[in-house]
Design a protein around this ligand. Structure first.
Ligand SMILES: NC(=O)c1ccc[n+]([C@@H]2O[C@H](COP(=O)([O-])OP(=O)(O)OC[C@H]3O[C@@H](n4cnc5c(N)ncnc54)[C@H](OP(=O)(O)O)[C@@H]3O)[C@@H](O)[C@H]2O)c1
Length: 355
């Protein structure tokens, strides 16, 4: 570890780019001395992104063998890829499925005696202990150096279960069913758009899609066994994911009580808006570069109670915001184990109560 608190982000995609930007903007409040980032592919299209991130205060790292290619684009780096990892206090891996595990094998394990903590994102099952801010903070101990920040829809399902079904560590949810209606791709992406709704297979015999499997394992870190099942499909939109939830409880709950619980959870925003574009657009005006950091946006007019004990409704997933908040929360916890909550206050403006 070199001088001061250095946060190094590997990857500049849908998650990496806004994360680097927010870390730079809130650097002083978060008590970070330097933000560094690794850019994998030298290409012309990404040149303005690299320059913009450097202008916001982040230092670039690249693979040494690609120096000439980056120089040909007029981009000078500050660090070599491995050097940037070696000097970091915390490394946040934001690469596609499998790459984080590969990086762990190749680099992170090598420096784990020097670096405080490593994080990987949604697709990196097996990277470390699963985590979502506000859900399983007490499950994270000083021994947990590798953390897997769960995916955006896992955050959303987890917070619905927590809000409606959990009282302290007591689980009142008898059964939870979730349908993840996913946006085809992000507005930052050209690839993987779908022309019409496309449904997913139920790969897990007991729990359906990976969303329920992930949330099951997330609660398992607290020693809680939940009965959960999910289905998913992609629809031809680039706006937010939407989730239909159906939570059966072992006790009575009215619509008003369910709403009150959602309102009281600081990680939840509620809305009277019923379209993802108007929610997304509100984020564009009032979020950090368009992103709100809540784990879910609950659609108030859809909250419905069946037989006094089953709460049903729709919500939208702030797809990158919730992962970014959990990533910064756990990074700050590595840097400031005794005072991270105070440092995180600067992000409160983007954790909206109502949209
Ligand atoms: N997209 C979301 O809304 C979302 C939400 C929650 C969680 N996540 C999770 O976040 C992770 C990243 O997803 P994403 O959507 O941000 O992906 P993405 O947009 O495809 O970006 C991936 C980034 O990884 C870099 N990369 C690719 N191969 C690499 C390698 N071998 N070594 C180092 N860097 C490499 C790419 O660099 P180049 O472009 O320079 O090649 C790119 O910057 C995934 O685990 C995903 O499940 C995503």
């Amino acid at each position: 570890m070199a001088d001061g608190n250095i946060v190094h982000v590997v990857g500049t995609g849908t998650i990496g780019e806004p994360l680097i930007g927010l870390l730079c903007d809130a650097r002083d409040d978060l008590g970070i001395d330097e933000v560094t980032f690794y850019k994998h592919s030298p290409n012309l299209i990404d040149r303005p992104k690299i320059k913009a991130l450097v202008n916001r205060g982040a230092n670039l790292a690249i693979a040494e063998e690609k120096t000439k290619e980056f120089q040909d684009l007029g981009i000078e780096s500050t660090y070599d890829a491995e050097e940037a990892i070696r000097r970091a206090s915390v490394v946040i891996d934001c690469t596609p499925k499998g790459t984080g595990l590969m990086n762990k094998e190749k680099y992170y394990n090598k420096y784990k005696n020097k670096i405080k903590g490593f994080l990987a994102q949604g697709s990196e099952f097996g990277f470390g202990k699963m985590y979502a801010a506000g859900i399983n903070d007490e499950a994270i101990t000083a021994k947990d150096q590798f953390i897997h920040v769960v995916s955006c829809n896992t955050h959303n399902i987890a917070v619905i279960i927590k809000t409606l079904g959990m009282e302290k560590k007591k689980n009142h949810m008898k059964e939870g069913r979730f349908v993840c209606i996913r946006r085809a791709n992000d507005i930052s992406q050209d690839k993987s758009f779908v022309p019409a709704p496309q449904v997913d297979k139920h790969k897990d015999e007991k729990m359906g899609t990976h969303h329920a499997v992930d949330v099951y394992h997330l609660y398992k870190t607290l020693g809680i066994d939940i009965n959960v099942f999910s289905s998913s499909l992609k629809i031809n939109t680039q706006y937010m994911h939407c989730i239909w939830y159906d939570v059966k409880l072992d006790k009575k709950m009215t619509k008003e009580e369910a709403l009150q619980k959602f309102i009281e959870n600081p990680y939840v925003a509620v809305t009277h808006k019923t379209s993802s574009n108007t929610v997304f657009s509100f984020g564009r005006e009032h979020g950090h570069y368009g992103r709100i950091l809540d784990q879910t946006v609950i659609v108030i007019p859809t909250i419905h109670v069946i037989n006094d004990t089953e709460v049903v409704g729709f919500c939208f997933t702030p797809q990158d915001g919730n992962s970014i908040l959990s990533s910064i929360t756990i990074a700050e916890r590595f840097l400031y184990p005794d005072s991270y909550n105070e440092k995180l206050r600067c992000l409160g403006a983007f954790l909206l109560q109502e949209v």
